[in-house]
Design a protein around this ligand. Structure first.
Ligand code: UD1
Length: 350
């Protein structure tokens, strides 16, 4: 049985890698990696294939960037063509909440292919976020739902999903962390930045709401300037455009290119805390017990706040909140064994 593992953008690669490795030697299935091409820079894509020991994608759709409609439409067209003309899979696995998640699930369902959604059921309840639309639409047409936490199961049930199709498998990003742990612990990336353990902060920003308007980005930077610690800021391509026109940048901020997985996770592990608007980093910091200050009004990952080390912040309260970091504990089934659970589900279903 052929299984397409769809990936497109940076946060997808750490979700498909453990699943690919769990399935690659099974006699009953052939996992094929489909890269839609949404992220194409080396640091945003290939560096993760290298880090995780993934082979080149079996199928590269060359989607690239564009408006939401352009990106989604191009990916739908290219993916439908692939399935109709080259490789018709028995199952399509989509992950997370990027535009390709939506595009490939729609294209697949219209030609009657079953779709499984990995990281299903997460909801921020903020429909101005493009990712929320992608999550809601993908879940409304998927056949099988693999979730990271109980709250996601509840969201799906409230939306009318048959509970028999929901599987609480845990958090596959933690599988990736466990798989890479030895290398992460050996890396001393913080030293190359001239930093001391637990005496610096990592900053990442790429949400449209925070970075697309220069004044908003500037006010975030003016706020973090008042923190009395060095700050390392790996800059996402989306953020670069507006950052380039802000002068001068705060003294305590060091910019760098987007980092590879090992160096980034090593920097996070040794940091005193993280300020970010990422989805995945909320989960990784919760697992590591590193305080995370999420620069957003809502989160689709509420368990990182109720149980983990994450707090939602704004420019108005960041300086106050950062005085009261949270460490929390690790949610159930975030144990590095999610891919194994998914494999069992697949083995009995296919
Ligand atoms: C996408 C996802 C977001 C995820 C993020 C992680 C959607 C709707 N959004 O947002 O959920 O958190 O990825 O990074 O799918 N660019 C480059 N090089 C690249 C990739 C992008 O220069 O390798 C540029 C694009 O040309 C574009 C900008 O960065 O101008 C934004 O890229 P895009 O793919 O539209 O969305 P992200 O903001 O990365």
């Amino acid at each position: 049985k052929t299984i397409h593992l769809i990936c497109a953008a940076r946060p997808n690669f750490m979700k498909i890698a453990p699943l690919y490795h769990a399935l690659k030697n099974e006699p009953w299935c052939v996992p094929e990696i489909v890269h839609t091409g949404q992220h194409y820079d080396y640091q945003m894509s290939q560096s993760f294939f290298d880090d995780f020991g993934l082979p080149s994608a079996n199928h590269y759709l060359g989607g690239g960037s564009g408006t939401h409609a352009e990106q989604t439409a191009q990916t739908m067209i290219a993916y439908e063509k692939l399935c109709l003309e080259k490789s018709r899979p028995d199952l399509v696995v989509v992950v997370g909440d990027v535009n390709a998640t939506l595009a490939c699930s729609i294209a697949a369902k219209k030609i009657h292919l079953p779709v499984a959604h990995l990281e299903a059921g997460l909801r921020s309840f903020d429909r101005t976020m493009p990712e929320e639309i992608n999550r809601v639409v993908t879940d409304s047409i998927s056949d099988c739902f693999w979730t990271t936490s109980e709250d996601a199961d509840e969201n799906l049930k409230k939306e009318g999903i048959n509970p028999e199709h929901i599987y609480l498998v845990g958090n596959i990003m933690i599988d990736t962390y466990c798989m890479m742990k030895e290398k992460i612990e050996k890396s001393d990336a913080y030293k190359t930045f001239g930093l001391k353990k637990k005496e610096y902060i990592i900053l990442t920003l790429h949400r449209p709401v925070n970075v697309d308007v220069k004044e908003t980005l500037e006010s975030i930077l003016n706020t973090v300037e008042q923190i009395d610690l060095p700050i390392i800021f790996p800059v996402h391509p989306r953020t670069r455009k507006n950052l380039d026109v802000i002068h001068p940048l705060p003294q305590n901020i060091t910019l760098c290119e987007p980092l590879g997985y090992v160096d980034f996770m090593s920097l996070v592990s040794n940091s005193s805390s993280v300020i970010s608007d990422s989805g995945g980093i909320q989960e990784e910091t919760t697992y590591l017990g590193i305080p995370c200050f999420t620069m957003r009004n809502t989160t689709e990952r509420p368990i990182t706040v109720t149980m983990g080390s994450n707090q939602l912040v704004s420019v108005d309260n960041l300086l106050e909140k950062i005085k009261h970091p949270q460490t929390g504990s690790i949610p159930p089934l975030w144990d590095g064994k999610a891919a194994g659970r998914i494999k069992q589900v697949l083995k009995s279903a296919l």
